[in-house]
Design a protein around this ligand. Structure first.
Ligand code: FO1
Length: 306
């Protein structure tokens, strides 16, 4: 079964790992959000691409959900002694990847080509594609500070400011990365990972052409909100700030215009009747590798009958 997974940060990476254990490498393409990307010390940082790549390479720091396991922070500590910016914690091994990516981009490679090169070197056989090779940046318009970059909002301000709106700068003139349309066209199904609908999934859907391509396919979404709250991050808080009661039903409505099926956690099984399309009720909380594999298997079985 050929699957395209739309993924952002940690929630997407966990399901990607489960699917990678169940599907053949060529059956899984992951289209990754790049709205979190930013320049830091002149380096082009693509956090969600790195989280997914490190996870499939089994190099990810599972506890933090970003960066590499077993990394050291000598550069950062020295930067601190020099009075530098240390709010974005770059590990020494992680830094090497940002240095190499920035050099390759400056030489004229696209983000897709750079990602493909890293996948080859890390011996990852699944396809991981940025949503676009164009630079798209998620700006968060907040009540307290006006426009913040995503990283300023998420890391510096710990997503505490009140969100009024999101602006995905550069998205209107962006095109999907090479291979994105083909992967969606050839897929037997599309899975929307339990990532943040607002800042991880919406940017992917808003790249011109992607939503209409997905609408033609069978698609399912796993709710990132369970009994009204998110496992981590600001998803539930943002729903509230937009005046929407955070729940799995709110997530369904966020995607309802294209979804074929929806996946709810066992805790929310009482919400089934509020969702007018086929629903799978299963354990969606992924702590162990076994949880990730089991969820992947259950979602794929569910999709077979849609
Ligand atoms: N998130 C944090 O909350 N604090 C950090 O210091 C931090 C460093 C970091 C370094 C590399 C990287 O790839 C991601 C990093 N993240 C950090 C996560 C980052 O903010 C991403 O945007 C999240 O993945 C949100 O999707």
């Amino acid at each position: 079964m050929k699957i395209v997974l739309l993924a952002g940060g940690v929630g997407g990476a966990k399901l990607a790992e489960g699917l990678a254990r169940v599907l053949l490498p060529k059956e899984l393409t992951i289209i990754v959000n790049t709205g979190d990307d930013f320049f830091h010390y002149g380096l082009k940082i693509s956090p969600d691409l790195d989280t997914i790549t490190y996870t499939l390479a089994r190099l990810a720091n599972k506890k933090k959900g970003w960066g590499r396991s077993g990394d050291t922070f000598n550069m950062l500590n020295t930067l601190n002694e020099l009075g530098g910016e240390t709010w974005f914690m770059l590990g020494d091994k992680d830094l090497a990847l940002h240095l190499e990516r920035t050099k390759l981009l400056k030489q004229g490679l696209t983000l897709t080509q750079v990602t493909k090169k890293f996948l080859y070197l890390l011996r990852i056989n699944q396809s991981i594609l940025p949503m676009s090779d164009n630079f798209i940046q998620t700006m968060v318009n907040t009540l307290e500070y006006g426009n913040l970059t995503f990283q300023e909002y998420f890391v510096v301000k710990h997503f505490s400011p009140q969100v009024r709106d999101f602006i995905f700068t550069g998205i209107d003139s962006a095109t999907p990365a090479p291979g994105v349309f083909e992967a969606i066209h050839d897929a037997d199904g599309i899975i929307i990972s339990p990532s943040n609908p607002w800042v991880s999934i919406d940017p992917i859907l808003m790249v011109p052409g992607i939503l209409s391509a997905i609408t033609k396919k069978k698609s399912v979404a796993i709710s990132p909100i369970i009994s009204g709250s998110a496992m981590r991050g600001p998803a539930a808080k943002i729903f509230s700030e937009f005046g929407i009661t955070p729940s799995a039903v709110a997530v369904y409505h966020h995607y309802h215009h294209f979804l074929t099926g929806f996946i709810l956690d066992l805790i929310d099984k009482n919400l089934v009747n509020e969702i007018p399309i086929p629903v799978l009720v299963t354990k969606t909380i992924m702590n162990s590798l076994q949880d990730r594999v089991k969820l992947a298997e259950n979602v794929l079985d569910f999709m077979k009958y849609l």
